[in-house]
Design a binder for this molecule. Structure first.
Ligand SMILES: Nc1nc2c(c(=O)[nH]1)N[C@H]1C(S)=C(S)[C@@H](COP(=O)(O)OP(=O)(O)OC[C@H]3O[C@@H](n4cnc5c(=O)[nH]c(N)nc54)[C@H](O)[C@@H]3O)O[C@H]1N2
Ligand SMILES: Nc1nc2c(c(=O)[nH]1)N[C@H]1C(S)=C(S)[C@@H](COP(=O)(O)OP(=O)(O)OC[C@H]3O[C@@H](n4cnc5c(=O)[nH]c(N)nc54)[C@H](O)[C@@H]3O)O[C@H]1N2
Ligand code: SF4
Ligand SMILES: [Mo]
Length: 755
């Protein structure tokens, strides 16, 4: 093919999981808007050409069904009518203001702010929220990561990640990276560890997962018993003298307190409780302790399970107890361009109605209905939802629906007509992630960390625009846009960066609430001035200034140059200029160790608030199952063709279109059901019908359903048709961790009956 006919490849990223692999898209089709081909982008600093099978299906997102094309207002009968943008912005601003004026802004709850690929909207929403006085927010992190975040805040004051590329031993706890990824180039990295006889892959999972098949050691726990397994492993460290004592003396406090609590643990008894052979537990613990380095990753298998916060703690005792922090192949504290949720030990903030612990600034997802369905004066009265689908993704859909119906006002900002949009008073459509500049803050790599500001591939359809523009218009309608400052900033930008920085500082000192208004003010002032259609990247100007102050040395090591004053601007330009992403920071291991932000800069091994739960393990496992609900259902397993609800078009799935229930051969036999046969799954909250897949990966008594199914669409007659099981029809909001409020989705007692 000659150069003249070579198709244009547009650099962007996959938006289906936190890895955000770099991709090259070839556009085509009759209107030039189809994703004809998708390749891995070798120029992307983290993925280096890698993708999984899902990225190839991204046309189903860009050109998916249910795309919203105009603002919608709900009629009293539940149907929607299209309204003009003028009306939409005016009425939404008016109605939120009314809630604020009558009940106070704190009653306006914000949910979302970005999914797996789009975190810039959350930045702009800060401005709208500040004008409305909205004080509480949440997102999906508060149904998975907040327990771990709280433990991190207690022990290190910063979040830590595993260095799987260099580790000798890699440990995955309730995590199946073969399908869920979560580390760059997951399958390559897993294979490398697996093939190297000097290295060791350990997987803790009740299922024989694809990752477990590659593992040297598969600790096949009974579902929901990880706390006993990990407590036994820590006990082995303590009792066999395997702790990295010298290192701990230099870097940690609280060791004696911890050892006394594990000295008496009966390892054989705990082994029996979790169903893993005692000798294997001892051998695996010794292997970890003897290794030069070990990296750890816990995920939903334990984070959405019983004892999740305690498990996060035990996992860290195993990691730090063997000296695995701050050296190659162990764990590190990354420095993202912008932290997604803060792990610094902060003040104890609580939600207004239930008094639940707010971790990382987020209200626990499972208590949201309780914060609404009450006559408490501090209850939430209105909700702004942005790039999230909580009516589908949060526990207990029936209660969530009731909660939405009780709110005075629900406004949803999305690209598609979702389950949440259908429950909203107003639905505001926006451009897709390929029709605007976008980015995520899932950048946790080490020692080289990268950031990718993606350029738009396509203009949005007529009448649509980005969240940045939407928030700017809302703030303008609310009369809060600092227009004079915006004009002055734009003029200063044209003059030069030094003038701009000075003007920005001046605004911080003179314009009321400027810090909070800065995102939309920057967007209005410099958005149109930015090249490559990167207007929505304007907010990054402020974030790169802050990053330069925080991590100047690391940014310079990445080759970004400039005086202290100029470094932020140089970083901003580097981000703007890199279509496939840029390494913005190069850390050292010492640098990472300095990010420990406890009061004495040491790792705190003792977390007394968890002692009672730890001690309670001794009495044994408490069965969640019963005669009525004898199975443990894992409600939400990542599979080859699941991607939360980012794809709404069922046709994107090459396999498993119905989202089968996986069941062990023994259980299938007992129930008299064949592969592909249908069963009814019933929990205390609901009942669904689904086909089964008989799988020898499953233990007897354990069944699992995939996540991301059960989205609704209207058929030709206008009726709603659901494809697959909407998991949270089966889950209950009260089934949650007593500490962090995270759900027990991986451990739902259920009954299965053949149909
Ligand atoms: N293909 C695909 N990839 C995704 C996503 C997707 O939708 N599809 N979503 C992304 C998102 S948002 C997230 S948060 C991540 C989640 O990534 P993961 O946490 O890896 O995904 P899951 O499959 O939900 O759960 C992991 C494992 O937990 C196991 N498990 C169940 N019960 C227990 C238990 O009692 N103990 C232990 N130890 N393990 C248990 C399951 O068998 C499963 O293999 O994936 C991301 N990647
Ligand atoms: N039972 C059970 N429930 C679960 C899970 C489970 O395993 N089991 N997994 C949980 C996990 S880990 C997660 S992360 C959550 C995910 O659940 P949510 O955080 O609610 O998000 P998604 O399903 O990813 O949906 C993202 C939404 O963003 C919209 N969107 C896409 N692009 C754009 C855009 O550019 N702008 C805007 N404004 N919107 C856009 C999509 O149309 C979609 O509605 O689900 C959770 N729920
Ligand atoms: S691992 Fe797969 S789903 Fe995740 S970003 Fe990369 S290509 Fe997309
Ligand atoms: Mo997630």
């Amino acid at each position: 093919m000659s150069d003249a006919t070579a198709p244009t490849l547009h650099a962007t990223a996959c938006i289906l999981c936190e890895c955000n692999c770099g991709i090259l898209v070839q556009l085509g089709g009759p209107d030039g808007r189809r994703f004809e081909r998708v390749h891995g982008d070798k120029a992307h600093p983290a993925s280096r050409g890698y993708t999984c099978e899902k990225a190839l299906r991204l046309d189903h997102y860009q050109n998916g069904r249910d795309r919203l094309t105009a603002p919608l207002r709900r009629r009293p009968d539940g149907t929607f009518e299209e309204i003009s943008w003028e009306t939409a912005i005016r009425e939404v601003a008016e109605r939120f203001s009314r809630v604020r004026d009558v009940h106070g802004g704190a009653s306006i709850f914000y949910y979302g702010g970005g999914g797996q690929g789009n975190h810039l909207p959350g930045g702009y929403a800060r401005s709208t929220r500040a004008v409305l006085g909205s004080a509480y927010r949440s997102n999906a992190l508060a149904q998975e990561k907040t327990g771990e975040l709280w433990v991190a805040s207690q022990m290190t004051g910063c979040f830590t990640r595993g260095d799987f590329e260099r580790c000798e031993v890699g440990v995955f706890i309730g995590k199946n990276p073969w399908f869920s990824h979560g580390i760059p180039r997951a399958r390559v990295t897993l294979r490398e560890i697996s093939r190297d006889p000097e290295r060791c892959l350990v997987v803790i999972d009740p299922r024989r997962t694809e990752t477990a098949e590659l593992a040297d050691v598969h600790l096949q726990v009974k579902p929901g018993t990880d706390a006993w397994l990990l407590a036994a492993m820590v006990a082995v460290l303590v009792q066999e003298g395997l702790l990295a004592r010298e290192w701990l003396d230099a870097h940690a406090t609280g060791l004696d307190d911890v050892t006394s609590r594990f000295a008496e643990i009966d390892v054989a008894w705990y082994a029996a409780l979790c169903g893993v052979d005692e000798a294997t537990i001892r051998a695996t613990t010794r292997r970890i302790a003897a290794a030069e380095s070990a990296a750890f990753f816990e995920d939903l298998g334990v984070q959405m399970n019983r004892h999740s916060t305690l498990v996060s703690y035990l996992h860290r005792l195993l990691c730090f107890g063997t000296g695995n922090f701050g050296k190659p192949g162990s764990t590190y504290a990354p420095a993202p361009l912008q932290p997604l949720a803060n792990a610094a030990p902060g003040k104890d903030r609580r939600s207004p109605v239930t008094g639940s612990r707010i971790i990382g600034g987020l209200v626990p997802c499972n208590v949201i209905p309780d914060e609404i369905l009450t006559d408490h004066p501090g209850r939430f009265r209105a909700m702004l939802v942005e790039s999230a689908n909580p009516a589908h993704s949060l526990a207990d859909t029936a209660r969530m629906r009731e909660a939405f119906e009780a709110l005075e006002l629900v406004v949803t900002i999305d690209v598609a007509m979702t389950e949440t949009a259908r429950l909203s008073h107003y639905v505001l459509p926006v451009s897709t992630q390929y029709e605007k500049a976008e980015a995520t803050f899932f950048n946790f790599d080490f020692p080289d960390n990268y950031f990718h500001l993606r350029r738009p591939l396509l203009p949005p359809p007529q009448g649509l625009f980005s969240e940045a523009e939407l928030h700017a218009r809302l703030v303008e309608e609310l009369g809060a846009m600092p227009n004079a400052a915006v004009d002055a900033l734009r003029a200063a930008w044209r003059e030069g960066r030094s003038a701009f920085r000075m003007k920005f500082m001046e605004c911080l000192g003179t314009v009321p609430q400027f810090m909070a208004l800065a995102p939309v003010a920057l967007y209005r002032a410099i958005g149109p001035e930015l090249p490559h259609g990167l207007g929505e990247g304007a907010v990054l100007w402020a974030l790169t200034q802050l990053a330069a102050q925080r991590s100047g040395a690391s940014i310079r090591r990445a080759g970004v140059e400039g005086s202290d004053e100029e470094l932020g601007d140089a970083l901003f330009d580097a981000v703007i200029d890199a279509p496939s992403g840029v390494v913005f920071s190069v850390d050292t291991w010492d640098e990472s160790a300095r990010r420990i932000e406890t009061s004495d800069r040491r790792i705190h091994l003792a977390v007394p608030e968890l002692w009672d739960e730890l001690a309670a393990l001794e009495v044994g496992t408490e069965a969640a199952t019963s005669d009525a609900f004898p199975f443990v259902l894992t409600a939400g397993e990542r599979r080859s063709f699941t991607a939360n609800t980012i794809f709404r078009e069922p046709a994107w799935r090459r396999k498993d279109a119905a989202g089968a229930l996986r069941i062990s051969p023994a259980d299938a036999n007992k129930l008299g059901v064949e592969d592909g046969g249908r069963v009814r799954v019933t929990t205390k909250r609901g009942s669904v019908e689904v086909p089964v897949e008989i799988s020898d990966r499953m233990q007897a008594g354990h069944v699992s359903l995939p996540n991301g199914m059960g989205t609704d669409a209207t058929d030709d007659t206008g009726a709603l048709v659901r494809s697959g099981v909407a998991l949270n029809e089966l889950t209950a909001s009260e089934d949650r961790d007593p500490f962090a409020g995270t759900p027990w989705h991986k451990h739902v007692p259920a009954r299965v009956e053949a149909l």
